[in-house]
Each structure stands twice: as structure tokens, then as C-alpha cells.
Design a binder for this molecule. Structure first.
Ligand code: SF4
Ligand code: SF4
Length: 92
């Protein structure tokens, strides 16, 4: 499964918890401390790296406070077939 992480703009977050309710991995939590607007912002609490980067949290946030990053697995290049040390690729 893909791995992801989120950056939350805690200064703009108003603690509405819509993102928490939407997160299927349950890795978002309210901070103990208040932000500059007097709200408890949402933070990522993901010690086991369960965030999949699904971006549901970012989609539902009415204030665009969440940026999602998702790891994209690198594709390994295809190996050309070789016979007796010579490539079997057809010349065009
Ligand atoms: S990207 Fe998905 S799994 Fe990660 S915090 Fe947001 S809703 Fe949860
Ligand atoms: S949906 Fe947006 S504003 Fe609401 S708690 Fe989450 S990050 Fe904060």
C-alpha cells in the first residue's frame, strides 16, 4: 500500500475535525495547544506510518490547510532478454 504524509497549516486550521472524520487511517488528532486564532489545530499522529496519502483529508478541508505527499514506488527498468551474451532486441 502506498505511503503518505501530510503537512497541515496549523496557523490556519480552525479545528473543525472534518479531516479527522474523513481519514480512514485515523492518524489525525487535535493538538493540545491552541493556535494563534484560539483553535486546537489538527496534527498528524502517525508513529506507524499508516497514512496512505489518500488525500481525503485535503479534499474535505474547507480551508485548504492540508498538503498531501505520497511516495511513488520507482519502477525497475525492464531487462532486455540476452542469449549467449547478445541482446535479443530487434533492430529497427
Ligand atoms: S492522506 Fe488519507 S490517510 Fe493520510 S491523513 Fe489524509 S485522510 Fe488520513
Ligand atoms: S478540515 Fe481543515 S480546518 Fe478543519 S480541522 Fe482539518 S485541517 Fe483544520
Amino acid at each position: 500500500m502506498a505511503k503518505g504524509r501530510v503537512d497541515i497549516d496549523v496557523d490556519r486550521c480552525k479545528g473543525c475535525e472534518l479531516c479527522r472524520e474523513a481519514c480512514p487511517q485515523n492518524v489525525l488528532a487535535l493538538a493540545d495547544d491552541l493556535n494563534g486564532k484560539g483553535y486546537r489545530p489538527v496534527i498528524l499522529l502517525d508513529p506507524l506510518h499508516d497514512c496512505t496519502g489518500c488525500a481525503l483529508c485535503a479534499v474535505v478541508c474547507p480551508d485548504g490547510c492540508i498538503t498531501v505527499y505520497r511516495d511513488v514506488p520507482q519502477k525497475t527498468p525492464k531487462k532486455e532478454p540476452v542469449l549467449n551474451g547478445k541482446s535479443l532486441s530487434l533492430a529497427v
